[in-house]
Write a protein of this length. Structure first.
Length: 233
């Protein structure tokens, strides 16, 4: 049942040890034991954060303070999803320059903005960016991926000198991999045939060869060498 929820044996063993239930037979568990196990396994395998939305509204700061005090052991991030959507749409329309997660926006041509659009941008700047420094949406995504899940970014390349693919594009791809992922895990994600022919990898930053079981680190730039590539030399 737990495997259907993508809960690993490693997490189960960790929680059993943490809760002291490892030495207690399952048929001897009482309701409290079940509750303690369920609570801890959920927190371990499905970490969560709280997104305090609508920070532009009245009383939002007080509500944020209350939520933060009530859930002291949780990450609580203030945000405004509506502001993020508005800024991304305006950026897509080339009305402004906005990088998701950024603290500032740049108006490209004030003359192209309607009165309504100017008022909207002024509202977002005053009620959101000046108040919580960013919309909070990208911060929440980054926190969930890198802090809670511990994911690593890995860049596969063809040319280790220029960090480029075979067509000359610089760092064209990036993959998110869970902790303790290896070189062969990366190869499998890219293509199953790549994994089958995998010989070794090359760390583009150091130029050193790395084995199939090399544990990837965040921001690694890796060249994958396969049997077919070796034959072409």
């Amino acid at each position: 049942m737990l495997s259907g929820l993508k809960i690993s044996i490693k997490d189960i063993v960790y929680v059993l040890d943490k809760t002291g239930l490892v030495d207690k037979k399952l048929d001897k568990w009482d309701k409290n034991d079940i509750y303690v196990f369920a609570k801890n396994i959920r927190e371990k395998s499905k970490p969560t954060l709280i997104l305090a939305n609508k920070m532009d509204l009245k009383y939002s700061e007080e509500n944020f303070r209350k939520i933060s005090e009530r859930f002291k052991n949780k990450i609580v991030i203030p945000c405004s999803a509506e502001a993020e959507l508005a800024l991304r749409r305006a950026d897509k329309m080339n009305l402004i320059k906005y990088i998701p997660g950024g603290e500032k926006i740049k108006i490209i041509d004030d003359g192209k903005l309607s009165v309504k659009q100017k008022m909207a941008l002024k509202y977002v700047s005053g009620k959101v960016l000046d108040k919580i420094y960013r919309t909070g949406v990208q911060l929440a995504i980054d926190t969930a991926i890198f802090k809670l899940l511990g994911m690593n970014t890995v860049y596969p390349v063809y040319d280790i000198e220029r960090y480029a693919d075979s067509k000359g594009n610089i760092l064209p791809d990036v993959y998110l991999l869970p902790p303790n992922s290896t070189l062969i895990d990366l190869a499998r994600i890219i293509h199953t045939d790549l994994a089958k022919g995998l010989l070794y990898g090359i760390d583009a930053k150091t130029g050193l060869r790395i084995p199939k079981n090399y544990v990837l680190r965040d921001r690694d730039v890796i060249k994958i060498v396969t049997a077919s590539r070796e034959r072409k030399k």
